[in-house]
Write a protein that binds this ligand. Sequence first.
Ligand SMILES: *[C@@H]1O[C@H](CO)[C@@H](O)[C@H](O)[C@H]1NC(C)=O
Ligand SMILES: *[C@@H]1O[C@H](CO)[C@@H](O)[C@H](O)[C@H]1NC(C)=O
Ligand SMILES: *[C@@H]1O[C@H](CO)[C@@H](O)[C@H](O)[C@H]1NC(C)=O
Ligand SMILES: *[C@@H]1O[C@H](CO)[C@@H](O)[C@H](O)[C@H]1NC(C)=O
Ligand SMILES: *[C@@H]1O[C@H](CO)[C@@H](O)[C@H](O)[C@H]1NC(C)=O
Ligand SMILES: *[C@@H]1O[C@H](CO)[C@@H](O)[C@H](O)[C@H]1NC(C)=O
Ligand SMILES: *[C@@H]1O[C@H](CO)[C@@H](O)[C@H](O)[C@H]1NC(C)=O
Length: 410
Amino acid sequence: MASLRAVLLLVIAAVLLAWVTAVSDRPCPEHCECQQGTLIVNCSRLSLTSVPPGLPANVQQLILENNDIAKVSRSDFQGLKSLQFLDLSSNQLSSHGIPEGAFDDLPSLRTLDLSGNRKFVDIPASLPSQLTTLYFIENSLTHVRKDAFTNLTDLIYLDISYNGVESIAPGAFQNLSNLAVFYCDFNKLKDNGVPPSVFKPAGKLSILGLRFNQLTRVPGDLPPGLEHLDLVGNKIVELPSRVFSNLTELQTLEIWQQPSLTTIADDAFDGLGKLQILDATSTGLNKVTNRTFTGLVGAWEVYMSLNKIPAIPAGAFHDMKNLSSLWLDANLITTLSPEVLDTRILPRLSEVFLWGNPWTCDCHLRWLKEHIDNNTAPTIDSPHLNVCNAPPKLKGRAFDTLSPKDFVCG
Ligand SMILES: *[C@@H]1O[C@H](CO)[C@@H](O)[C@H](O)[C@H]1NC(C)=O
Ligand SMILES: *[C@@H]1O[C@H](CO)[C@@H](O)[C@H](O)[C@H]1NC(C)=O
Ligand SMILES: *[C@@H]1O[C@H](CO)[C@@H](O)[C@H](O)[C@H]1NC(C)=O
Ligand SMILES: *[C@@H]1O[C@H](CO)[C@@H](O)[C@H](O)[C@H]1NC(C)=O
Ligand SMILES: *[C@@H]1O[C@H](CO)[C@@H](O)[C@H](O)[C@H]1NC(C)=O
Ligand SMILES: *[C@@H]1O[C@H](CO)[C@@H](O)[C@H](O)[C@H]1NC(C)=O
Ligand SMILES: *[C@@H]1O[C@H](CO)[C@@H](O)[C@H](O)[C@H]1NC(C)=O
């Protein structure tokens, strides 16, 4: 009796073992490419209309990009307990194509790429709650609903760039307490589409990308832990005083490509004591005062190229004790006081870009010509591109063709 039971158990064990090995020993699916045995299964660009059957059970990365898959179901992924990374980008999926529970058999799934499925008008409701990374780029999302991410409490990285997003509902980030990176670049966000404090529940948010949207002002009450803020290519008109004052951890601020931005109010950057890089290239900024840059005590790279700045007051940069690289090229500056670049106040200043300004080459600018000739610190980049616009007899002459005694008054 006992031996019969033992035999029976053995048979069951053998059958189980055979099944498990059969599943995990399944070969690379036909036409797909596999790497590291079958840990990576790549079935991209095969005109597949469904997930191929018979996937190896040990697969960790499954790449199904650039096919014609319109629907997935739970049975497609049965038994793929090790699958961590699933790329379904550039298919024909829509929310209807992902029924409830479709990914429920994938306990290890962390990264899901649903980009380039133009039929998605919503974040599918049935995404697995253990996801940490979601790519949802180049779809047709226009509104982020309040419950869009309700169940995605583990999400760390979220990218919804290149949709047509006009608005985000208040509370949409309520449960994203682990989110560190959010990209919403190249969308159509308007001011009222970004409710005040909407990102704040994401208390660990470090990178916020809102590049090329339609914002006319800096969104209110951003999360204080932000380290990188990208507002490039919006329609922001003004940076009001102390607009970033809560962002004490910010390291980079990018606001370039913004012709609408004409005004940076005094003390606008106050509070940004950890900022290292400020990029305000190609804006409409037409005035700089001694208090435009106050508070940027740690900044070491400042890009102010291609603006409309007509003059720089002597103390404009004196709060930036760590300033190393300063870009003022292609502005409307006609003259400059040597105090602006005083290395007794700015000991780390090493390179300054001044070319492309309409210089008035008179006695007031003679110091700059001597400074260049003497190789005094900081280095002035490309002296041959520093060209006089006045007086008439020097118009069009580059600095390297002149001598200091050409710079005269009266
Ligand atoms: C998958 O295969 C395609 C086509 O062979 C290739 O272009 C792509 O780089 C591969 N992807 C990965 C992640 O290996
Ligand atoms: C969240 O998950 C629950 C239980 O899994 C489910 O019933 C609900 O529909 C999900 N809600 C959303 C918005 O995804
Ligand atoms: C946040 O998650 C809880 C459950 O953990 C849920 O009851 C609530 O509706 C969610 N809130 C939002 C705004 O998604
Ligand atoms: C700074 O934070 C406070 C408190 O949360 C908030 O009331 C205020 O609006 C924030 N300021 C800015 C400029 O966002
Ligand atoms: C200035 O730079 C030095 C060296 O990189 C750094 O240790 C210091 O903290 C910086 N100062 C400020 C105010 O950020
Ligand atoms: C700006 O600061 C410099 C240096 O501290 C000072 O000499 C100058 O008078 C100030 N200019 C204005 C307009 O306050
Ligand atoms: C440049 O060097 C000359 C000769 O040593 C000196 O008279 C002049 O003050 C220097 N000027 C500058 C701006 O460094």
